[in-house]
Design a binder for this molecule. Sequence first.
Ligand code: HEC
Length: 153
Amino acid sequence: MNKRFVSVAVLAAAISTPTVAQMSVEDQIETRQAAYQFASWNMGKIKAQTVDGSAAFDQNQVAAAAKAIAAVANSGMSVLYSRDSANDRAENTRLKPNFFEEPMKVQEIAVSFVREANALQELAAAGDQAAIARQFAKVGETCKACHDNFRAK
Ligand code: HEC
């Protein structure tokens, strides 16, 4: 391979990584809020179809919704959380500053969010409505754990 090409590719990779970290605080806040809103919309579809029974169970829809939630969980959202984006320093956010004082707790919740969302995706693809409903509740617990600890009222 051409040496010059390699160095340009390496340079491009080196430049492209920090751009993620350099997202403005405003963009971090908007992006994470949008991601959670999107996850919430998809959680609502699964709830309606498997828990409440207020909408007919459509396995394709439920599987797609679970996939979308897992995608949010696995998307590497931690880069959207800079210290300056907490509600003691930034506007229009409910992120509490203790998020940055309790990294072990954040980590534990984030890991369980990913694990339970991945499990929901698998069960939704398999299609057992009762099993999906049970796993939906487990995912919901991880959402709630994070909100109870780190999201202002
Ligand atoms: C790792 C912690 C964490 C997890 C896990 C989490 N959230 Fe949140 N969520 C937050 C924080 C923090 C905010 C506030 C964000 C802000 O205002 O900047 C938030 C905000 C929201 C919002 C409001 C968004 C807006 O428009 O302001 C909704 C809706 C929401 N979360 C739903 C969910 C759902 C549903 C799940 C699970 C499928 C979930 N969240 C999982 C931490 C989390």
